[in-house]
Design a protein around this ligand. Structure first.
Ligand code: HEM
Length: 458
């Protein structure tokens, strides 16, 4: 009963596959390896640690059976637990605080709650469009402005906190601390123990960055406690709601973990999605033209985007879904069996040992997706979607541990893309070649796009 038979690419003694990963980046490397192992299961050696990866939809279907498997934070998330503790994202499913926080916070993600956040999101989207209007005719660094938009949205909607990111040249120092912390978290899992011993300076910076993020979070909580209101946002639920099952509220340490969790999980992946989507649109002018046609139909002239309009953005929605297929911005999630298991009738998995679902590989599995590397939004026409393997697409994870913020993310991403296209002609004068920036999520690196205000006849 072991993993010996799971195939593995050739590696080096001691370091295993780390040297190849260092060269290609983790995602690039995993994507390449996924192609070399069409059975959709392979293992890699990270120094002395073995990572098991699955990309085949039938195997993923078994892993997504919640009677046999549950989420098991892998090495990446275990590092993140240093600052996010047993917050919703990084909690082990068995930890009581997961269920408690899940039940307390779920109402903040209902349809009604989305409507409540809508005007706040729109205000931030207006600031994005306003900034780009002033910059018309120049190049913008897409990822940074998408980050300003998504961070400010979750902070105002969830916590009543204004970052006012569009009023400043520099990104908020919280974001810089966060970027370093996430980058360092990835380094920690791809470094050898011997290298880790020489990374003392990085470790000190890491601790200082965590202190800085906590100071911001503590300020947000203290501000609300000093000036309570009777809104139903995330922060009020965290501070005062009780779990219907246990009758208990969240403790202060856990509230801190949850606020930080939502500030991070609530912006990082959505900004990546928006950035990839704009890159993909520029590479596919016929799809861009379809998007403009839809936006001009739903938002003629200067019409404001109302909540009821969001559901009409059907082309935009397909663009985002296809963007998340090719570049799922939370690229992996990790499960482990409750008991020793066999999947696919052959592969033995040991109780409690983590298995990674590698979404970019799953989303390009050639047995499901024809021309898997092609950006084709017609894959998301209802008939095509209905005929597809139900476990071939997992950008938001699985089951009870799936993304709690997915509707929030989709509303926000549709809003931003629609409002950008309503106002701007976008182009790529530098013929950007995609380079992926990896922290624990992924983003296009250094992607500049030209924006110009559209003329009335355009
Ligand atoms: C969980 C992806 C946006 C909050 C997850 C998971 C994935 C994911 C894959 C499961 C992780 C795992 O199993 O380890 C995404 C993507 C997003 C997005 C691709 C945007 C395109 C958001 C937003 C929020 C959010 C906007 C908050 C407003 C969370 C939280 C969890 C989670 C709190 C943990 C849920 C739990 O375990 O109870 N997300 N997410 N996410 N996401 Fe998202």
């Amino acid at each position: 009963l072991d993993r010996a038979r799971v195939p593995s690419p050739p590696g080096l003694p001691v370091v295993g596959h780390l040297h190849q990963i260092a060269r290609a980046g983790l995602i690039g490397y995993l994507l390449r390896i996924s192609r070399d192992f069409p059975a959709g299961i392979f293992k890699l050696k990270f120094g002395s640690r073995v990572g098991l990866f699955v990309t085949n939809p039938d195997l993923v279907e078994e892993l997504c059976d919640e009677t046999r498997f549950r989420k098991m934070p892998g090495p990446g998330l275990r590092v993140v637990r240093k600052f996010a503790g047993d917050g919703l994202f990084t909690a082990f499913s068995e930890e009581p605080n997961w269920g408690k926080a899940h039940r307390i916070l779920l109402p903040a993600f209902s349809q009604r709650a989305m409507r409540g956040y809508y005007d706040m999101m729109l205000e931030v989207a207006d600031q994005l469009v306003g900034k780009w209007s002033r910059l018309s005719g120049t190049d913008v660094l897409v990822a940074d402005d998408m980050t300003r938009f998504t961070l400010d949205s979750i902070a105002i909607a969830g916590f009543g906190h204004r970052f006012a990111s569009f009023e400043r040249e520099e990104l908020d120092s919280f974001l810089e601390a966060l970027a370093r912390v996430l980058g360092e978290s990835l380094n920690m899992i791809t470094r050898l123990p011997i290298q880790q011993r020489f990374a003392k300076k990085a470790e000190r910076q890491y601790d200082a960055d965590i202190d800085e993020m906590n100071a911001l979070v503590d300020g947000i909580i203290a501000e609300r406690r000093a000036h309570p209101n009777d809104g139903k946002d995330l922060l009020n639920l965290m501070i005062s709601a009780v779990d219907p099952e246990t009758g208990e509220g969240l403790d202060d340490i856990n509230i801190r973990y949850q606020v930080l969790t939502f500030l991070i999980a609530g912006h990082e992946t959505t900004s990546g999605l928006l950035t990839f989507s704009q890159h993909l649109l520029l590479r596919h002018p016929h799809v861009l033209a379809q998007a403009y046609a839809e936006v001009d139909r739903v938002l003629p002239g200067d019409k404001r985007l109302d909540y009821s309009d969001v559901a009409k953005l059907e082309v935009i929605e397909r663009i985002l879904k296809e963007g998340l297929r090719l570049w799922p911005t939370a690229p992996a999630f990790t499960l482990a069996p409750f008991e020793d298991e066999v999947i696919g009738g052959t592969w033995h998995l040991r109780k409690d040992r983590p298995v990674n679902v590698f979404a970019p590989g799953l989303h390009r599995d050639p047995s499901v997706w024809t021309d898997p590397d092609e950006f084709d939004i017609d894959r998301w026409l209802p008939e095509a979607e209905a005929a597809r393997h139900p476990h071939a697409y997992k950008p938001f994870g699985n089951g009870e541990r799936a993304c709690i913020g997915r509707q929030f993310a989709m509303v926000e991403a549709k809003m931003a893309l629609a409002m950008i296209l309503q106002k701007f002609a976008i182009s790529d004068p530098h013929s950007y070649t995609l380079r992926i920036k990896e922290t624990l999520s992924i983003k296009p690196d250094e992607f500049y796009m030209r924006v110009r205000l559209r003329q009335p006849h355009e």
